[in-house]
Design a protein around this ligand. Sequence first.
Ligand code: MLT
Length: 271
Amino acid sequence: MKTAALSQTNMAYVDEGQGVPLLLVHGFPLDHTMWDAQIAALSRGTRVIAPDLRGFGRTPLAPGDAERGISMEAYADDLAELLDQLSIREPIVLVGFSMGGYVAWQFVRKYGGRLRALVQCDTRAKTDTEEARMGRIKMAECVAEWGSGRVAEMMGPKLFAPETFMRKPEVVAAVRAVVERTRPAGTAAAQRGMAARPDMTGLLPTIKVPTLVLVGEFDAISPPAEMKEIAHAIPGAEFVVISHAGHMTTMEEPAMVNNALTNFLNRVHKQ
Ligand code: MLT
């Protein structure tokens, strides 16, 4: 991985291939490795940039992040700064997954002029229920004591389609390993940030770039019905359901996701 010195952190990122830049933003509490299959396939025709967000993978937190929380806007600011560091001035294709999608909404709002197209995978535009918000704060307060193994146990059952547990135990094990090695302070910072994130449904009708909305058939965290509403609210957005997948579409059904992304990118390049 390479490293970029940003104002808040030294951001670790993968940068492979050449062509239109494609920025892949991972979910919680994960890192860029959730995109391994997409990096391998898509870097043949595009420049794929896949960072570890602040506090995840190899990107350290800034002092006080765990206690203060990192807003979705602040993660988006880090991404804009990364593009500046890489001297990328041309419009990019932004691909957000789940928490990476919450970050992507902020990027659209603040840096929309830097976008060529948008892909939102397994994410939400609404805020949490009060119960879910309290759950996030509880995890932020307790994760140092619990350890990341407990986070993996809490989240694991919600991340996959039922058949993935049976047919692809190696995928379940790979995700679990990433969650277990995520630093508790990174988890706390992100949970506080997600708990405070604003409702972004008002942004959707204003999005002008070509958009693909993609979701796993059995996604229990960002359900297909809710993602379909997102797609309907964004003018001209395409909506693709990845069959047999739960929340972790990119790892559960990488070939189908790569296919959907490649088809979308081909259409965008022709426009
Ligand atoms: C994710 O996959 O990024 C998380 O499940 C998002 C969330 O906790 O809302």
